[in-house]
Design a protein around this ligand. Sequence first.
Ligand SMILES: Nc1nc2c(c(=O)[nH]1)N[C@H]1C(S)=C(S)[C@@H](COP(=O)(O)O)O[C@H]1N2
Ligand SMILES: [Mo]
Length: 329
Amino acid sequence: MPFFLRRKLWQAGDLKETPEERVLGASRLGRRALLRVGVYGGLAAAGGIGWWRWRGTDREVLAAGRVGGAAGGQPFPARRNEQFTLDRPITGEAAAARYNNFYEFSESKRVWAAIEAWEPGDWRIEVAGLVARPAVFDLDDLLRKFPHEERLYRHRCVEAWSMAVPWTGFPLRLLLEHVEPRAQAKFVRFTSFDHTQAAGARHDDRDSPWPYTEGLTMAEALNDLTLIVTGMYGHALLKQHGAPVRLVVPWKYGYKSAKSIVRIDCVASRPETFWNILVPEEYGFVSNVDPAVPHPRWSQEFETDIGTGDRHRTLPLNGYGEWVQHLYR
Ligand SMILES: Nc1nc2c(c(=O)[nH]1)N[C@H]1C(S)=C(S)[C@@H](COP(=O)(O)O)O[C@H]1N2
Ligand SMILES: [Mo]
């Protein structure tokens, strides 16, 4: 059969045998395509596995944060104080434990991957300064002396992410009443631990004003919302959340809530604080959550929930105006 006829018949779909060049071409194409699929598929799979390993499974993220040798007689889970309700779902525990700010350990949100080797060990917290009865508490003292409760709070980071979590703790007021602040004490300063010898901690930032410090006015410190927190999700605090003891101030941006605290001082004048020393124009001392006041580099009108990915309109005073509005009139 002449070639032109074969071709015509083939185009008409009548030819059973496939022209040789087409077979060859097709299979060559097939091999090349297969190779391409293999290479890109392999890269994608490797990338996927790499990403999965990097992200960590929920179990890994939670296990990395657990403090070894948990103390006995702990108050967990504590009774929930039903006064505090949420307008959104509770953030999954692993989602909260996977995405943290704890600059002593990491500049990224992957604190869990850096913190496994660190053990807080015997912890003491000194409460002193302008007080009548300075005192040192170990973790057991805190757990036994102060009535713990669970509260569902929203947490709003200045970076426009948020979460909603069950903290376990007690009002800071109870601790302060214990040491009896003097009349001259107008502010309270919180000092985080010295991380310079801690396993897994960063050693590349010697210039920042460590240790991490924060502060509140005495009235803010005595407000019922301000908590000393020893637990979360019904058990002891994970390391990435600031084990074994941290502060939680829910109507202020997250950086006010200092982690892994070792000192609380009652002082006469406004204390210098870590972020305020570093970048005063971005991180004010008061730092109340306020959607109407943009951060110099971004809007504060909305926030993204790290559990659901939902976008929420940010509430003035993070929705806690009922409790704290009177402090700012
Ligand atoms: N010591 C110390 N406390 C800290 C921080 C920190 O880097 N170091 N980061 C703060 C910031 S910016 C936020 S948003 C919260 C984050 O708490 P979380 O990781 O438990 O959500 O902790 C705050 N407390
Ligand atoms: Mo934050």
